[in-house]
Design a protein around this ligand. Structure first.
Ligand code: GDP
Ligand code: ZN
Length: 297
């Protein structure tokens, strides 16, 4: 007998069962036999969209997996829509070079980055100005928040709703506190999110999507724990800087790497302040890193 299927999202897999969120309810699902026979179990990830048929109660069977739009390796999650890059305005001071590196990773994975500046209650006007000015207006979404005063928390909720989100950022930046502010009672100890990144020898971690009450799914482990640049060619690097993409085709040379070439639209934009000086310096630094990697091969 074929019951009408329901579409849902896997939020975690555990001991052969998959927990599938569909229309606000979590169904405990087993796999249709065809998936087990083909040893396809590993290909089911949190974030995968599936079609389930319902059994009694809140049990079901996964009948079908829908195509993935992307697959993040750390944490291993499918269909990630966006990454919140969480950095504190102060204590500790933001590491802008690290922000640029994380932006590169997210854009490379085709995940939308959103910069979340935390601890606004501790920050001076000067810190806030410096953070806001770290990108030329409009190039990257930014929100200023405080888990202490709840400043900006509603805005973050609106960004998370109906999307799959990973958090990234250094330990101590306020990721756990942010999650607790978004959903009081989530009972994450502060520091807990970051501790899970430690890849202990014996840990078989089960990555999980947290289902927050305002219809949001957030990975319980932070993303992008490696800082090595992805495998790119030098020309591909520019494609990962939105500022440079905007100027595509405007340099004299098609093969321009925007370093010392004449009539380079990127160098001109930096001089005019249309591209932030620090962003350009990060670009040059990454470029050198890629070229050195190539030489070592
Ligand atoms: P994580 O390592 O990124 O998960 O950071 P935590 O959430 O554990 O926060 C690190 C420290 O910063 C903790 O002592 C928090 O209490 C503190 N903290 C986090 N967010 C805020 C905030 O908005 N305001 C203030 N004053 N402290 C915060
Ligand atoms: Zn150029």
């Amino acid at each position: 007998m074929n019951l009408p299927g329901k579409e849902g999202t896997i939020i975690k897999g555990y001991s052969g069962f998959y927990y599938v969120l569909s229309e606000g309810t979590i169904f405990t699902c087993s796999l249709r036999g065809k998936f087990r026979q083909k040893k396809m179990e590993q290909t089911f990830l949190p974030g995968d969209r599936v079609v389930i048929s319902l059994l009694e109660g809140d049990k079901g069977v996964i009948e079908e997996v829908l195509p993935r739009k992307n697959e993040l390796l750390r944490p291993t999650i499918a269909n990630v829509d966006q990454a919140l890059l969480v950095f504190s305005l102060t204590s500790p001071d933001p590491d802008f070079a690290l922000i640029d590196r994380l932006l590169l990773f997210t854009i490379e994975e085709q995940i939308e980055p959103i910069l979340i500046w935390t601890k606004s209650d501790l920050a001076t006007e000067e810190c806030i100005e410096k953070a806001k000015e770290s990108f030329v207006q409009g190039q990257i979404k930014q929100v200023i928040v405080s888990a202490e005063t709840m400043n900006g928390i509603e805005a973050v909720k609106n960004l998370l709703r109906q999307r799959i989100t990973v958090l990234a950022g250094p330990s101590g930046a306020g990721k756990s506190s942010l999650l607790n502010a978004l959903q009081p009672g989530l009972a994450l100890k502060t520091g807990e999110v970051s501790k899970k990144t430690g890849r202990g020898r014996h840990t078989t971690r089960h990555v999980e999507l947290l289902h927050l009450s305002f219809d949001a799914l957030v990975a319980d482990t932070p993303g992008f724990s490696t800082l090595n640049l992805p495998a790119l060619t030098a020309p591909q690097l520019g494609e990962l800087f939105p500022e440079i993409v905007d100027l595509m085709g405007q340099c004299r040379f098609n093969s321009c790497l925007h370093r010392t070439e004449p009539d380079c639209a990127v160098q001109e934009a930096v001089e005019k302040g249309l591209i932030h000086q620090r962003r350009y310096e990060s670009y040059l630094l990454f470029l050198e890193e890629l070229i050195n990697q190539d030489r070592r091969k």
